[in-house]
Ligand binder design. Sequence first.
Ligand code: PNS
Length: 201
Amino acid sequence: MKPASRLGTSASTSRRASSGTICISVSPAPTNPPQEAPLPQAVCPGSFDPVTNGHLDVFVRAAALFEKVTVAVLINKTKSSLFTVDERMDMLREVVAPYPNIEVDSFHGLLVDYCRNRGIPVIVKGMRGFGDVDYELQMAQMNRRLTDVETMFVSTNPLYGFLSSSLVKEVATYGGDVSGLVPESVLARLTARVEERRAGS
Ligand code: PNS
């Protein structure tokens, strides 16, 4: 199906009724309609401390829609993390290895500047539920206010609707079972890191 038809009718319409005038205003037809799918490039940004199966599901689904997907790890020196940025990128590279159109990178500063510098027109994020809506919409609207970079959301797989890196870390720290919630390679590193921390404290 062509993207233009996916977007629906785009003509302006006005209708005169006997009791008055009803104007139905629809956005004008785009002069430069989107390209045929797949779309060129998107970024999946985040902290990924560590990457979860919920994140991976979003990357893979984005990779089915876009020619190239960049998973970009935010370098945030003010936020304490369990894994360094390099460790997080290593874990990400391991889990996206089967997908040739997904690459891993890092960035600091504004996400939209990263997008602009790389020519990336779309941000793709997962939407888990109502809890995400306010914050995600706020960021999407701010990013749109700053640039013409669009944000698109994919609905998180319900299997992972409750999942976050923070919860995974908390549960793992207190000895809970997080297998099935993070990729196997991440589970091994997470278990080792939790044990290191426990031994050091
Ligand atoms: O995994 P996270 O921590 O929820 O990801 C949040 C992230 C990295 C996507 C967001 O904090 C971000 O884009 N930070 C970069 C700085 C920036 O652009 N801030 C303005 C957002 S409107």
